[in-house]
Structures are given as C-alpha cells and as structure tokens.
Design a protein around this ligand. Structure first.
Ligand SMILES: [Zn+2]
Length: 698
C-alpha cells in the first residue's frame, strides 16, 4: 500500500467520540475518518452520503434529504457546510425526464432544482449513485487496492475471487446519471451485495448506519489489499536496473536540473515543483519495465485529471551519466511530449470538446532520482505527486496478480475533456498574481521579513524563509503555516555571510519548490557609534552582513534564475541611511550605501536575462523590529538626546507626513517590486519613510 507502510487499516471509529451526534454529524465524522488515510481514498477523491429524515421548511412535514459531499471538496478536511443537501424524492422524479445516455449531462443542470433548504453548496457529479442506491449510507472510495482490481485485465473475475458474491462488478462507464441508475438497480436486485467494484475506477459500499457503512468500506478495502499482497508475484515492474543514487547525490543532481526543467515546463505562467523520492517511487523508476508501464497511462479518472494521462519518462543511467547528460536531454524530450499530447487531443477531440489545456507534462520520472511534479501551485503539485504514487501502487498490484489494463485513450479523453469537468475548472477561483512563484526572504523571522513573507504568501507565492536565528525562524514558520497552510511555507537556517550556507539555503529551496523567482534580501543589523569609537569588528560585521551578505544571496539568485531562463525579481531592503549620511552611524550607513550601489550594478547586469533589481528604503520601522529591540534603540535615543520610550514618537514627528512606518508598509513596497506590477522597473529606489527631503532621489 502507500509508502509500503503497514498494510493494516486501522478502525478509528470511536463511539464515545461521536456520542450524541446527529445523522449529518455522524456522516461528517465518518467522512473525516475515511479521508484521513490515503490508502482508503486519495486527496479530494471519493464521496460519502446519508439519507436523513428532516423537517421540510416549506411544508413542515418530514422528508428524506440526501446529504452528499459537495463538488470539489476533500473528505479528510470537509466541514458540515461542505455537504450538499437535496430532496431524495425530487431526485427520483428526475428519472422521468431522463432522455438517455447521449443526453445524460443535461441532468446535472437539474440537480440544483432539488436543493433542500437553500443550501448553496453545489452537489457533485457523483450524486446519482448516492441517491439511487437504496441504502441509507453510501461510500464511494478510490482505494489503490480496489483500483488495482478495477484496472486489471480480468477485473471482474478477480472481484469474484476476492469477494465471492458479496461485492458486484460494473464495467467502466463515465460517472453520471446513467451509471447512477445502473448501480442503483444492481443494489436493489441483489440484496446480498454490500458493495460494487466500478471497473477502471473504484469502489461503492453501503450500510444501514454510518458506523456500519464505515466498517464495511474498511473491511472490503482490507480484504482486497490482503488478497493482492498474498498473490502478488515478485518484481512486477521487472528487475532493478537503475538503483537510486545516495541521498546527497540526489539532492545535488536535483539542484542542477530542477530549475532548468521548471523553466522548460513553465512557458507561460510559473509552476511550483514537488519532489518525491520515497522508496516505492525509487523502486519504480529503477525498474526495467518503468518506461513501458508508465507509457500505458493512469487509470482512475481522478488520477489522470491530476497527473495527465502519462508522465514524461527521462532515460538516465545514474552512476554512469551525470547532470550534464540530463541537461542536454531534457529540452529534447519536453517538446516531443507536448507534440504527442497535442496529437492525443486531436485524435480524441469531439465537436464540442473544450480547448486543449497546457500540453506540458505534470509528472517527470527520472531513474536514480525519483519523481518531479510540476503544477500551477505547490499544493496541486504535491497532490499530483501523491496521485502518481497511487498509480504506482495500482500498477504494482495489477501487474503482480494479473495484467495492468488501463482504460482506452478515448475513454480517458472523454473524462479529461468532459464538459462537466471543464465547468468545474471554470468555477475555480482566479489564480492570484504570484501563484506558482517562489520567493526567498532573508531575515525572514524578523519584523519586515515576516511581514514581507505574509504579503507574498497572500499573493499566492511559495516562500522560503531564511534566517540565522533558528528558534525565531521556527516560530515565524509556524505562524505563517497557520495562516497559509503547510505547502507554501518553508524555512531554512542560513548565515548570509557564509558562502556554503547560502548555497545550501538555495539548494534546499530548489528541492522544496523547484526554483526561484523572487529574492528579498533583508537580513540586517544596525550599530551606532562615533567613528573614532567604531571598532574594526563592528565595521567588518556591518560590511559582512549588509554588503557581502547581499552580494552572496544575489549571486546565488542570479545563477539560479539564469539557469531557469524566466527572469526574476530581486528586491533589496535598504535604508534611508543608504542615501542620507547620519552622524554616529558610519559603519551602518556606508555598508547600506554599498548594497544600494550593488543593486544598481546588478540591475544593469540582470537586464539581459530579465532579472530586475530594485531597492526599498525604509526608515525607523520600530514596531516588530529585532534591530530596534536591542542596543540600537538606546544608541539612537542617546544620539538624539531623548528617552528610549520616546523613540517611536520622535521618528514619527521627524517625518514629513508625521506618520509611523510599519513592517506592513515596507512589505507592500517589496510586493510591488516582486510582482509584475513593476515589470518595467529596474534599478529603482522606493522610499517608505513617511517623507524625508534628504532622502529624495535625483
Ligand atoms: Zn470516483
């Protein structure tokens, strides 16, 4: 099963935990339990339902209401408002309007007319089987063990062998009204059945109560897994011919090729990468038959909607060949893949098919290295990778006990370009402007760094937080993950003055997201003392962090962005003091001025490859700042002859606009330079200092 983990499914039902729950609450409880184990159903896959007697708000009478998972939700994380509610009687009445298979899609347009109690949740295209199966509780799952049987050449015979007469077989048919009627009839005519295997697709099971239904689903999946494990022959993928490289070599190779591949696969909008090198993946890509089996395509509709019908297999001999061989090979493979996809579209398209979508591969398999998945955002990329792992499990079992027989190309196309799937895609929220882009923020745990990370995350970017202070970094990461989920927030400890440490931070960012589009160089310190009292150590430290540190991260970003070939944006968080000489802070001011001029030089060098370099100059950002919480506050207070608690007020009053500057104000300016809003600006300075005539640029 997934990850070769323990193959026993755990019965997590706890009567005490759900005592006193209503039927809809029990359905929710059951759904979350089922969705919490990827061996039971894949992310976003499958659905559950319950038929519940409820008081009709129109008539005051009790009516039967179908509670069914709404369109596009995920069982593991669904909440009660994720379920659609429909009158069972009205759904049944739709049978009278059904005009036959070629017209079945029009039935989906009638489902909203059956809505109970004005529930705004759109119901799923899988609603008909849930309604027409004459049992109170119904589960529909995409378990690997079941799909393996469903996608085996002799799936019907295997179903009989594994389950006897308890579980029936339905040959492949696209989900819809017709399939719903068919499975409803089978369940009605065979009262001994506890479920059905849907050919090339998955499982339907049922029961009189939520608990019984849950346990039946688990038992059927377990029975399939046990049987498959017991009958699976050795090495169903063939012998291992390209063993995995050691982990450190995998990471070094990935750092070389991922940005190039990401550039090749992102011709228009940027894509995020997810890398998977778990042992089932490494075993699959190492095997003699990997290329052949992968070319046969995926099977369960969910699988190829997420991963495309087949991955891009990149021939590679780990150990004998190196990064250079791959870098030469990749461009020669990507374009033919796209052409082949376009040819598949042309072969299978129908008169009313939606336009062809991005023909680039989603999954890339490389022997010795593993699986790389590229999608419009990190979560979609991760889920696609997990789906391909499901496919690997399916192929292993199907080939292990019989022969893997995925559905025909035309059937797959008819799902991929199904009008109802297209409608689902059209309903998705519009992409945010930094979606799929990767940003690295140094000093990411501090006030301006964390506020910048928040702003970039809100615009859809993936963010790699970099900081020297490990506990503060952990706290900032946890905070941002709470706000934006785990997928897009990553952190790595780094000393920006150390060449090796900087290189490693960038390599780890590449491993996590595939490349880099935005660098925000922000890590800083401050010091103040009259020049004759400034030690060499203080001078050197200022130059190390504020000039050399900015140089080292920029150099690494340039190397990476040039390999990627998609341009990029580098933003320096400078200081008003880069422009304005300030008494008693020569080391700080001079180092800030050095980085300001560095930005201008890099803007000139970066123009040709499309790398923009700009500077945001804040002043007196006191709230939330780690710099201002140290001795700097006391030093500035002394230098200005004021008390420490008067510092914030002092700086506010000193500005033209008489306003305090907050980390969020600086973050907004960084976002402007990071995004395409400033696509035609490079070598620029934007002051965020509430106005200081001495800092006016000219
Ligand atoms: Zn399904």
């Amino acid at each position: 099963m997934n990850e070769h983990g323990p193959s026993r499914l755990r019965d997590k039902w706890d009567d005490a935990a759900c005592a006193g729950f209503t039927e809809p609450e029990l359905l929710l409880y059951r759904s979350n339990l089922l969705g919490s184990d990827l061996r039971i159903t894949n992310y976003g896959g499958g659905n559950t339902s319950a038929k519940v007697a409820m008081r009709d708000p129109l008539s005051g009478q009790d009516v039967q209401v179908l509670w069914v998972k709404g369109s596009g939700g995920d069982l593991g994380s669904i909440k009660i408002d994720g379920f659609a509610t429909l009158y069972v009687e009205r759904l049944h009445a739709l049978r009278g309007l059904y005009r036959g298979l070629v017209h079945e899609d029009e039935m989906a347009g009638l489902f909203p007319h059956c809505t109970f109690n004005l529930n705004p949740r759109a119901t799923s295209i899988d609603t008909p089987p849930h309604c027409f199966i004459p049992h109170r509780h119904v589960d529909h799952m995409h378990a690997d063990a079941i799909i393996a049987i469903a996608a085996a050449r002799n799936g019907e015979r295997l179903t009989q062998q594994v389950f006897g007469d308890e579980v029936g077989w339905v040959p492949w048919q696209r989900p819809g009204f017709d399939l719903g009627l068919k499975v409803g009839r089978m369940a009605e005519e065979n009262p001994r059945l506890i479920g059905l295997v849907l050919g090339s697709h998955g499982l339907v099971t049922w029961g009189p109560g939520s608990r019984e239904c849950y346990r039946t689903t688990l038992r059927v999946i377990q029975q399939a897994a046990d049987w498959l494990d017991g009958h699976c022959r050795a090495e169903p993928f063939g012998s291992s011919v390209a063993p995995a490289l050691p982990e450190a070599e995998r990471l070094a190779l990935l750092a070389e090729i991922a940005p190039v591949l990401r550039g090749l696969l992102s011709p228009s909008s940027c894509k995020a990468m997810h890398y998977l090198d778990t042992s089932p993946v490494l075993d699959f890509v190492a095997a003699r038959r990997c290329e052949e089996l992968a070319s046969w395509g995926t099977t369960c509709p969910d699988h190829f909607l997420r991963t495309k019908i087949r991955p891009l297999f990149v021939p590679f001999a780990p150990g004998r060949e190196g990064a250079q061989d791959l870098l030469e090979r990749l461009p020669r493979l990507v374009e033919p893949y796209r052409q082949e996809y376009a040819a598949y579209y042309e072969r299978c398209r129908r008169a009313d098919s939606p336009a062809m979508r991005d023909p680039s591969p989603v999954i890339v398999l490389i022997p010795g290295l593993g699986l790389l998945s590229f999608q419009k955002d990190k979560q979609t990329a991760r889920v696609a990778a997990e789906y391909y792992l499901n496919t690997i499990n399916v192929i292993r079992w199907a080939e292990g006990v019989d022969a893997y027989a995925p559905m025909s190309e035309q059937d797959a196309f008819d799902i991929e370009y199904w009008g109802l799937e297209e409608a689902k895609l059209q309903r998705m929220p519009k992409a945010r402007d930094l979606e799929g882009r990767v940003a690295l923020v140094t000093g990411g745990a501090g006030g301006i760094g964390a506020a910048t990370a928040r702003r970039l995350l809100a615009a859809g970017a993936c963010v790699s937080l970099v900081d020297l202070d490990a506990p503060a970094l952990e706290a900032a990461k946890a905070d941002l993950q709470n706000l934006h989920g785990r997928d897009r927030v990553w952190s790595v400890r780094c000393d920006v003055t150390d060449e090796a440490s900087v290189r490693e931070a960038f390599e780890r960012t590449v491993k996590e997201f595939g490349g880099l589009d935005i660098l925000v160089s922000n890590a800083g310190i401050a010091s103040a003392s009259p020049v004759e009292e400034t030690s060499l150590a203080v001078w050197q430290r200022s130059v190390d962090i504020l000039a050399t540190g900015y140089f080292l991260v920029s150099r690494e970003a340039f190397r990476l962005m040039k390999r990627q070939g998609r341009g990029g944006s580098i933003v320096f968080v400078g200081s008003k003091n880069a422009l304005v000489a300030s008494p008693g802070a020569a080391a700080y001011c001079a180092a800030k001025a050095a980085s300001l001029h560095l930005a201008r030089c890099l803007a000139v060098e970066g123009a040709e490859p499309g790398i923009r370099v700009n500077v945001v100059n804040p002043d007196a950002v006191i709230r939330g700042s780690r710099i201002w919480s140290g001795s700097w506050r006391a030093e500035r207070a002394a230098s200005n002859r004021i008390a420490e608690e008067e510092v914030e007020d002092f700086y506010r009053k000193r500005s033209l606009l008489k306003r305090s500057v907050f980390p969020e104000d600086v973050a907004e300016a960084v976002y402007f330079f990071a995004s395409d809003l400033s696509a035609k600006s490079t070598g620029n300075i934007l002051n965020v200092d509430a106005g200081h005539p001495a800092a006016f640029t000219r």
